[in-house]
Design a protein around this ligand. Structure first.
Ligand code: TXA
Ligand code: MG
Length: 315
């Protein structure tokens, strides 16, 4: 069932059930993070392997220290600026957080979602919510309550409807290694914005890096329709005879503008992020043979969007 009743959501969560919740990034599939049975249920509903750890969601900065031992100075600076918001911190966990949540790691991922309904819900309960994105493992993350219903409606007793997600891509995940700020997943906070505050950050997503965040598995975030990346005009000539959708950004004049889906006609990366998953779903429903897509400029949220597009193309 879809609704906007926080009390219903709260009661279900208190009884160990899972509930889909809105956030500013994507919808989450939430359960009581300190109840291993509830956490287990999240993995089952999502059909997600349990070696892939979960982010816990808390209502405010104080709550972060209920579940973690300390916040290093640089992360504190970033957290003050960007939380609530699409930033997730990897911090040393306290005993109370079950190993199932962190897949055995000593670090837990924590974030404060910037969405009034979920913040109100989090303030009304006395436990954190573990929540991965509310999509079946490997598919596009949901940015509306309807998306969740379409894919998990029969497995989730309640979907808290908070409208369309305003950021539209997942949070940026950061942590410290020695005195360096590491970015493990690009997301809703641009790298430039982190660097502006703490001087430098290191991207730990390269092929040689250990996959500390298994969300970096190449085929994550994939639509069902095959997606290829490149110069759109070239791709059009290479794919003659196929039915294709064009996924583009900014102003363009294609010779044969058949099926164009524009992430942001004004060339704004934040707008493109907000539109990305919804547009991929729309395209998926139209049964094209192939999606011809181009990368965005690597600026602002362009870098995180390109990351998602490369993963979608890697299937
Ligand atoms: O915006 C978001 O972060 C959304 C909303 C719902 O909050 N959540 C989300 O969760 O994207 P999920 O589970 O789809 O992706 C979380 C990522 C995964 O790649 C996971 O491996 C990584 O965070 N992660 C979680 N806990 C971790 C830990 N203890 N150590 C390393 N990576 C962790
Ligand atoms: Mg996910």
């Amino acid at each position: 069932m879809i609704g906007t009743d926080i009390i219903t959501a709260k009661k279900l969560l208190e009884s160990g059930e899972v509930v889909a919740i809105p956030t500013e990034t994507v919808y989450g599939l939430a359960g009581n993070a300190i109840n291993p049975a509830a956490v287990q249920k999240i993995f089952e509903v999502k059909q997600r392997p349990t070696f892939n750890p979960l982010i816990i969601h808390v209502p405010d900065h104080e709550a972060i220290l209920k579940y973690t031992t300390s916040i290093p100075e640089k992360l504190l600076i970033l957290s003050k600026e960007f939380m609530p918001g699409p930033l997730t911190l990897l911090l040393e966990k306290k005993e109370i957080i079950p190993d199932l949540v962190t897949a055995g790691s000593s670090r837990v991922a924590v974030r404060i979602p910037n969405h009034h309904l979920s913040l109100e819900l989090l303030r009304s309960i006395d436990f954190p919510l573990a929540a991965p994105s509310a999509n079946p493992f490997g598919y596009i993350s949901p940015t509306t309550a309807r998306h969740v219903e379409q894919q998990l409606g029969d497995k989730v007793p309640y979907i808290l409807d908070g409208g369309e997600c305003q950021v539209g891509i997942e949070s940026t995940i950061i942590g410290m290694e020695e005195d360096k700020v590491m970015v493990y997943r690009k997301g809703g906070i641009a790298l430039e914005d982190l660097v502006a505050l703490v001087g430098e950050v290191y991207l730990k997503e390269g092929k040689n890096a250990i996959p500390i965040t298994p969300g970096m598995l190449p085929s994550h975030y994939a639509p069902k329709t095959k997606l290829v990346l490149g110069n759109i005009d070239d791709l059009i000539s290479e794919n003659q005879g196929k039915s294709y959708a064009i996924l583009t950004f900014g102003t363009h004049s294609f010779k044969k503008p058949l099926r164009i889906f524009n992430l942001s006609k004004d060339g704004k990366t934040a707008e493109a992020a907000r539109n990305l998953y919804r547009i991929l779903r729309e395209i998926d429903e139209l049964d094209f043979d192939i999606i011809l897509a181009e990368l965005l400029p690597e600026q602002g949220l362009g870098a995180a969007i390109n990351d998602r597009l490369r993963r979608a193309a890697a299937v």
